[in-house]
Design a protein around this ligand. Structure first.
Ligand code: ADP
Length: 316
């Protein structure tokens, strides 16, 4: 690998689960430091991580990690730690024993596994809780224990799938510090979340996924600045008599284009989706229209940002 080559590079990767699209033509490059992947549930974040760790072979495209293929090359795979969203620890074993078992399963000799379990506990700041049954640990501590595996392994590539899921604020702070430390240590760290704020606290480099497609990748402030222009948002209605409703909708200041689609539906774009959804019920009542369905299949970057921005507390 030449010094300029990115540690991780995927080109036009497409993954299918039967008929379901997991990822569609995703390309990205990662170098040391933290990158966030945000996207709603089902957008392909876990699939991306599975591809990067070699658990899934893409139907199309190319995956290269540390100069090799994680799918074909066990040595490459051994350099990547995936911390999955789910837990695989045993409730009746202590936290320490659980780490030890996990390291044994990775093929380490017992003495080494034991030493590494201790190191993992140290690095997550939970040595005192190590002897306690895992079943008694809080959700936040459990997430930290998973991270202990990654921290003790010293892998150059660390993939963290939804590490903050269900974590209480004190543990959240500790978890954030651990992840920042991984980035500062020069590792390639990919962190996924369906909540943008969790990622913002770690890094300004993000990729935005929706429906298996990477809608944007780069610095968060740049991605957000692209959204500041009024970006049209498309809404489709199934309605008994579309014409009177169309006239009313066109009188709204924020509605741009409107098309009547046959006898029972219409579609319009608005530059103020929040206002459109707020105004819609009153307009419908005024015209006496019978609306059977309202949907937006708009997977624009702005729309996805709206979804991943918890409770709209960040203005877009
Ligand atoms: P995320 O991690 O963002 O929630 P996933 O990568 O888990 O998204 O899922 C992406 C898409 O692939 C979703 O439509 C999901 O239902 C589908 N999918 C994921 N895993 C499987 C599977 N094992 N079998 C079938 N479909 C799957």
């Amino acid at each position: 690998m030449t010094p300029a080559a990115p540690a991780v590079r995927i080109d036009a990767v497409t993954v299918f689960y039967g008929e379901v699209v997991g990822l569609s033509q995703v390309s990205l490059e990662l170098s040391p430091g933290i990158v966030g992947i945000v996207g709603p549930n089902g957008s392909g974040k876990t699939t991306l991580m599975r591809v990067l760790v070699g658990l899934l072979q893409p139907r199309e495209g190319h995956v290269q990690v540390l100069g090799g293929s994680p799918f074909a090359d066990a040595e490459v795979r051994a350099q990547i730690t995936l911390v999955p969203a789910s837990e695989n620890f045993y409730p009746n074993l202590s936290g320490r024993k659980n780490l030890e078992v996990a390291f044994l399963a990775q093929g380490l000799p017992r003495a080494e596994a034991r030493a590494r379990a201790e190191l993992g506990l140290e690095r997550i700041g939970l040595v005192a809780d190590g002897p306690r049954h895992y079943g008694t640990w809080s959700r936040g501590m459990r997430q930290r224990l998973k991270l202990g595996l990654a921290l003790a392994n010293d892998s150059p590539v660390v993939l963290l799938d939804e590490p903050f899921l269900g974590v209480d604020p004190p543990n959240r702070h500790a978890l954030r510090e651990h992840i920042l430390a991984l980035g500062n240590a020069g590792k390639v760290v990919l962190v996924s979340s369906h909540i943008l704020h969790e990622i913002e606290a770690l890094t300004d480099r993000v990729g935005v996924l929706a429906n298996g497609r990477l809608l944007g990748f780069g610095r968060l402030d740049q991605l957000l600045s692209e959204l500041r222009d009024d970006h049209p948002h498309r809404i489709r209605l199934r309605v008994d008599a579309p014409r009177p409703l169309a006239v009313e909708l066109l009188s709204l200041e924020h509605v741009r284009e409107l098309r009547i689609l046959g006898e029972d539906s219409l579609e319009f774009t608005t530059v103020k989706p929040d206002e459109a959804y707020r105004d819609l019920p009153a307009v419908v009542v005024r015209t006496g229209a019978v609306v059977r369905d309202v949907r937006s299949d708009d997977h624009s970057l702005e729309n996805v940002f709206r979804e991943v921005t918890a409770s709209g507390s960040r203005r877009l």
